[in-house]
Design a protein around this ligand. Sequence first.
Ligand code: CUA
Length: 316
Amino acid sequence: MSFITPLWPPAASEYAQQVDRLFLGFSALTLLLVLPVFILIGIFALKYRRGRDVDRTHRKGGSVWLETSWAAGPFLLVLGFFGWAVALYVDAQTEPVGALEISGTAKQWMWKFSHHPGGQREINELHVPAGEPVKITLTSQDVIHSLYLPALRLKQDVLPGRYTTLSFTADRPGTYTLRCAEFCGANHSVMGGRIVVQTPRDYARWLSRSGADRSLAQRGKLLFRQYGCSGCHGPASSVKAPDLAGLYGRPVPLESGETIIADDQYIRDSILFPQRAIAAGYPPIMPTFRNVIEEEDLIALTAFIRDTRPADWREE
Ligand code: CUA
């Protein structure tokens, strides 16, 4: 695998091609605006150089129309590109519905990915199907990293203690570079691998070959028992702990009077910092699981809490 990035990286998605068009268009505009200035500097420097017999009288009064147009023209052109860039940015930030979910965990100095539906896990490699929207939820186990996928023209900071997301639809099968783009310590420069975009058939084959026996949510269910969560939060428990069935995505009234939406971040923080946001009407008795549960297990637990409908929960 080569770590040398070609001068112009391949474009593996429609979005990447649009970014290229924007980049080339803006470069052309910049040249268009800058070249006349430098050419005129050259011409005037020659024409008015010392000792030449030319008219040096300062002309009074100019054309208001000319002055205004050469300020307003470039301004409007640049503003047009601003609008174009914002539209692309919003497009990249919009999470597609029904996307294939993958979780990514960064640590010094590797990338770990878990595929939600099948539970397949991989390190420094990311397999995705072509033509299908993918959403990656990222977090870091130590310092700030940044997931950089040049072929998709995408980059997202990966932060400890917080979830960030990256969505894309790659449509050109192939193997492309995957890098860390945030200086994160001694081996930052080798923290990378590859993203493999496959035809849906090849991807299905890869999934079955990388045989995980359970989905991320199912793994979370096992962890839920292993870490003893079910002792208090299980349906049969006698401890007064919030019922987690159907919790995900719902507003949770807090003891402090505030309301918080039960998303990935809330669930993660409740496990690691249980005293931070106490659910209204419950005693603050939950112990912290900081330094006990790893990021990857937190992701699996969250997947379990999220994907389990109230009815499934009570079966056991
Ligand atoms: Cu991780 Cu640089």
